[in-house]
Write a protein that binds this ligand. Structure first.
Ligand code: SF4
Length: 415
């Protein structure tokens, strides 16, 4: 019998909760409402499980027992990833890190971590995506291309839709602005409101906007036309409900986020502006929130006999570079594809446990590989959306593969 139901898509940090799915015999056949990324994600399930030790197939119990032995024998294991795991699995991973005196980090340490930490320390005014849909009249996409990374954002929240206070939607009542180094798909949608700046020119552009907001002549070393910046500042000053969507392009360009804090403060002296980080993995914010609640830090921590240390030396990049970790548990991250080869190669020198729904370059190099269910497709749980809203999700189909949560629980029990 064909089943039709609504599900949450875990394809990106937007966690769209209006996804209609038709499935039969534990296979997703049709996906409605989702974007192209979401459709591919929802159809990615596989019924069969894979467990390997030393590249040879084993049963689940043998894989768990080997994983536990690796962690038990390590003096300083590294636990990394978890942005694509349920909140329940993340809680277990933090507990596991405490128990094994591990270094614990996630992808935010080389992406949006600093923005998220400032946000959790109440340095920015925040809002939900529902607020954006209902109220926003000005949205700025800075160093981000949601048309590619979060494809439904403009249609569901930021530009096109009708909301309670924005009945006409679209450009009659909303202005979408893109600031970027290249003419992305989002930049093309923003038309005349696309401001192309040179790579590394973001901090200067922020200062120019702040000057223009204060009625001064905005200047940049790259001679961006002052008239256009003054026009931009006028739009921003008139915003009744503005949002800045912060992407990696902006974060990578700034040495620190102090200019961004200054910009948000300046905008809020003249208008009403909020910040939303463009979180890519569906539950990275959930991990950052949990770790922050427990330790006061969003990433790069080292547990040691009941104490917590924090610093860049405990990030994945620095700990692998300095070879301070002697085993690794990687959950849902293809580090061999993400990290520079000169750093990733150090993972080959230590025993590596990989828990991942997908076969990746990293899983193929693992001492222990455990294939897990895809959250939201094959297993249920909860997550924190990119705007901080908690979302519960259920599986669309069944699988023989265990969830991340189940695997981490078993490893913990076997320690
Ligand atoms: Fe899924 Fe993100 Fe697309 Fe929404 S925008 S359907 S959460 S991939």
């Amino acid at each position: 019998m064909v089943e039709k139901n609504y599900y949450v898509c875990t394809g990106c940090g937007m966690l769209c909760d209006d996804i209609e799915v038709e499935s039969e015999k534990n296979t997703v056949n049709k996906v409605y409402t989702a974007c192209r990324v979401g459709v591919a994600h929802m159809k990615d399930g596989k019924e069969s499980a894979a467990f390997r030790v030393d590249k040879k197939p084993v049963d689940e119990a043998a894989a768990i027992s080997e994983a536990a032995a690796i962690l038990k024998n390590a003096k300083n294991p590294l636990i990394f990833g978890l942005g694509s795991s349920s909140s329940e699995a993340q809680e277990l991973a933090i507990e596991l890190a405490r128990k094994t005196n591990a270094t614990l980090d996630d992808a935010s340490s080389f992406s949006l971590g600093k923005v998220i930490e400032a946000l959790l320390n109440n340095k920015f005014k925040v809002c939900t995506l529902d607020d954006v849909r209902n109220k926003a009249d000005v949205s700025i996409f800075w160093g981000t291309d949601p048309s590619d990374s979060h494809p439904r954002q403009l249609s569901k929240h930021a530009y096109f839709p009708r909301g309670t206070e924005k009945q006409r939607g679209w450009e009659e009542e909303r202005t979408a602005i893109c600031i970027d180094v290249r003419k992305s798909h989002t930049a093309k949608i923003c038309g005349n409101y696309f401001f192309q700046i040179p790579p590394g020119g973001d901090a200067e552009f922020i200062d120019a906007i702040i000057a223009a907001l204060a009625g001064k002549l905005p200047k940049t070393s790259y001679n961006f036309p002052p008239k256009r910046i003054l026009e931009l500042a006028n739009i921003l000053k008139g915003a009744k409900f503005g949002v800045v969507f912060v992407g990696l392009g902006l974060v990578y360009s700034l040495n620190n986020i102090e200019p961004l804090i200054r910009l948000m403060n300046a905008l809020n002296e003249k208008a009403n502006f909020h910040l939303v980080p463009m979180v890519r993995q569906y539950n990275m914010l959930g991990f950052n929130e949990k770790l922050f609640k427990e330790t006061g830090y969003v990433n790069s921590v080292k547990f040691e006999d009941g104490t917590v240390k924090h610093g860049p030396e405990y990030s994945i990049v620095e700990s692998l570079k300095a070879k301070t970790v002697d085993a690794a548990l990687i959950v849902g991250s293809d580090l061999f594809s993400i990290l520079p080869g000169s750093i990733a190669k150090n993972l080959r020198e230590i025993p590596m446990i990989v828990i991942d729904p997908c076969e990746t370059l990293t899983s193929r190099n693992a001492k222990v590989y455990i294939s897990t269910a895809i959250g939201g497709v094959e297993s249920g749980g909860s997550a924190v959306r990119m705007d901080g809203v908690k979302v519960d999700f259920k599986p669309a189909v069944e699988t023989k593969r265990p969830s991340d949560e189940a695997v981490l629980k078993e490893i913990m029990e076997a320690l």
